[in-house]
Write a protein that binds this ligand. Structure first.
Ligand code: ZN
Length: 221
């Protein structure tokens, strides 16, 4: 396995350290409904450590014998400057760019943890639980509020999302997060998954697309 580094759309290394990943749960209404969860009044946050990151272009490694491992494809935001209790303006200025990440989730483990009222890390923060794409520089993105993305599994569209469907849009999320966790250069924010979460199995053929920017073909091992 290659060590994870942030890379840009030309495949070059981005000169930022690899930091934590702050994840947002329940940010798309249709996904909240499919898992029968409650609509949150403020963003639901959890973290993945930097050791969870892997390169999305490589085969996706899922844990074995721990029940189902679900896909959650999400818009990922790479942070370039420190953000603490920030304004919307500061949040916008702190974004290096945008990519796509998978928040791999051991759903059976998570359901058991939820029942016990325990934290979710065992189901979401394990090694390689966060395969990450290259990042498109913010200057190359037309808008943060109209990012179109999709996941196909074995040539069938499984998840299709647009950032305009987020309950808490990207800049508001960064402001909210930075009131709890200081975001540091090289941190990534995962902005929640649209509907279509389901189990991945070995040999699944995966296509992940950030509309107008990139398409990644990979598979599950
Ligand atoms: Zn997620």
């Amino acid at each position: 396995m290659f060590e994870y580094k942030h890379i840009d759309s030309d495949g070059k290394n981005i000169d930022l350290p690899v930091g934590k990943v702050v994840c947002v749960g329940r940010n798309y209404l249709q996904h909240i409904k499919e898992l029968d969860n409650e609509v949150p009044s403020e963003p639901l946050l959890f973290n993945k450590p930097s050791s969870a990151l892997s390169v999305l272009n490589n085969p996706i490694v899922i844990p074995k014998n721990l029940g189902s491992c679900h896909n959650e494809l999400e818009v990922a935001v790479l942070i370039k400057t420190r953000l603490c209790q920030s304004s919307i303006k500061e949040a916008e200025a702190a974004i290096w760019g945008v990519g796509l990440g998978l928040d791999l989730t051991l759903r059976d483990v998570q359901n058991a943890l939820k029942k016990q009222g325990h934290p979710w890390e065992r189901s979401k923060a394990f090694d390689r639980s966060c395969p990450m794409s290259q990042f498109v520089a913010k200057e190359k993105m037309k808008s943060l509020s109209n990012i179109d993305f999709s996941l196909s599994v074995n040539n069938e569209i499984r998840q299709q999302g647009n950032s305009q469907e987020m309950l808490f849009p990207i800049l508001k999320l960064l402001v909210n997060i930075s009131n709890t966790f200081t975001l540091l250069p090289g941190d990534i924010v995962m902005t929640g998954t649209p509907k279509g979460v389901a189990a991945l199995v070995v040999d699944d053929q995966i296509i992940i697309e950030l509309n107008e920017h990139f398409l990644i073909r990979t598979y599950v091992v």
